[in-house]
Design a protein around this ligand. Structure first.
Ligand SMILES: Cc1cc2nc3c(=O)[nH]c(=O)nc-3n(C[C@H](O)[C@H](O)[C@H](O)COP(=O)(O)OP(=O)(O)OC[C@H]3O[C@@H](n4cnc5c(N)ncnc54)[C@H](O)[C@@H]3O)c2cc1C
Length: 396
């Protein structure tokens, strides 16, 4: 809660002028706080007479920032392998750690996972904190959260990164809340500010129309999630050496409210468009789900898979795991063929780093042509079958 001390307030109006949410008004020489206050704290920093303070914020402000050091990545392990996003996090984590002159560590939780520590060291980690325990064999949010929280409290890393996957998105907010730390979800860029070593966390905001850079100046660790395929892994080097630290966790930490009876991969989860090199994507221009049969043929000719815009997914023509974009997946294939997709910013953010983009659209002014390597203006129902035929012939 933002508290105003009217004995100290001089009614200068600096807080009123600087509040981005229009939440403060000066009435009769004293600031009055309205309902739109988000407790961002800008007014507190700007108030020279120190007439404003946030009640409940003292705990955050008393953190000794210098006591926290090192960059950590959460090494997600599922379905018998380390999730690819882990290596991408280690790639960006390596850069951040080198800039800060600190260690890069990976935290690996699971049962029978010790053999995977070498992969993490090869991908850039200096240290792997390994908690290898049957109690971690199945992902249970409360247990994973508790173990991570304890490790972070004990070792005090300044930065903690995790994948914006189903697991990362469920466990990391819980940990951030328990630690009273700041968390920025779905970052597309991470960097270190040279002057003070602050982690700058950039992500799309306001429906993807602006990029916002977020910092956590008063709390530690600085926590961020990053979507798969947004950052690049470094080339693995199996000659790298690092330390594997076996961490013992008391048995009571594994007590859970959750009992996992069975873990199965759904049919749809088996399609991971993020790991496929050729994607043929369809949008509203396909008109109905039969349109996907047309582009499926093209995808099969190219040994690729189907992707889609949200419009096509919302219409029920194809399942959500195929959706590309801000609320879908970020993909980085070698070839992305967009058929009947306009190229709205929310779609473009999910596919614009594809190596080659081919767009087929009957509207020559569609924004997809701004990011396309090759554009075909015309009716997809005529062009796609010709393209599939030509590819078939060429392959023969
Ligand atoms: C918060 C938020 C999050 C969002 N997240 C996503 C997301 O993750 N992914 C996403 O895709 N969208 C997302 N959207 C929606 C996005 O803004 C667009 O509405 C959506 O991408 C449009 O899909 P589309 O291109 O298939 O449809 P449209 O914009 O309707 O475009 C259809 C295109 O097909 C072309 N066309 C029509 N018929 C033919 C034909 N016969 N031959 C050739 N071309 C043809 C048209 O010229 C047109 O360009 C989000 C929106 C919001 C607000």
């Amino acid at each position: 809660m933002l508290i105003v001390d009217c004995d100290k307030c001089i009614g200068c109006g600096v807080c009123e002028a600087n509040c981005p949410f229009g939440a403060i008004t000066v009435v009769d020489g004293c600031a009055v706080v309205g309902e739109t206050c988000t407790l961002c704290g800008i007014c507190v920093d700007d108030c020279e007479p120190v007439a404003l303070h946030i009640e409940g914020g003292e705990r955050i402000q008393n953190v000794d920032l210098d006591a926290w050091s090192g960059v950590w990545t959460f090494a997600e392990f599922r379905h018998g392998h380390v999730a690819p996003v882990t290596f991408e996090l280690l790639g960006v984590g390596r850069t951040l750690a080198d800039q800060r002159g600190v260690q890069l560590s990976a935290v690996l939780l699971g049962a029978g996972v010790e053999q995977y520590a070498d992969q993490l060291i090869a991908a850039g980690a200096d240290t792997v904190y390994l908690v290898d325990n049957p109690g971690l064999g199945q992902y249970r949010e409360d247990v994973y959260g508790r173990v991570l929280e304890q490790l972070i409290q004990e070792k005090k890393p300044e930065v903690v990164l995790a994948g914006a996957t189903a697991i990362g998105r469920s466990v990391i907010p819980q940990v951030a809340h328990a630690l009273n730390a700041g968390l920025t979800a779905d970052c597309t860029q991470l960097s270190i500010r040279e002057e003070d070593g602050m982690l700058l966390q950039t992500r799309p905001a306001f429906g993807g129309n602006i990029m916002a850079t977020i910092e956590c100046p008063q709390s530690r660790p600085q926590m961020a999630t990053v979507r798969p395929k947004v950052m690049a892994p470094i080339e693995p080097d199996f000659n790298r050496t690092g330390e594997v630290v076996h961490v013992e966790i008391p048995a009571e930490m594994f007590v859970s409210k959750v009992e996992v009876l069975e873990s199965v991969l759904g049919d749809q989860e088996q399609i991971n468009i993020q790991e496929i090199e050729v994607l043929v994507a369809g949008g509203r221009g396909l008109e109905d789900e039969k349109g996907f049969d047309l582009i499926r043929e093209l995808a099969e000719e190219l040994g690729g898979a189907l992707a889609a815009s949200r419009a096509a997914v919302d219409a029920g023509w194809i399942a959500y795991p195929h959706q590309v974009g801000q609320t879908g997946k970020t993909v980085c294939p070698k070839l992305y063929i967009a058929c009947g997709i306009s190229g709205a910013i929310q779609h473009a953010v999910g596919m614009q780093s594809a190596e080659t983009v081919v767009a087929i659209n009957r509207d020559a002014n569609a924004p997809i042509f701004d990011i396309a390597t090759y554009g075909v203006v015309g009716d997809l129902f005529e062009i796609v079958p010709i393209l599939a035929k030509k590819i078939r012939e060429a392959r023969k």
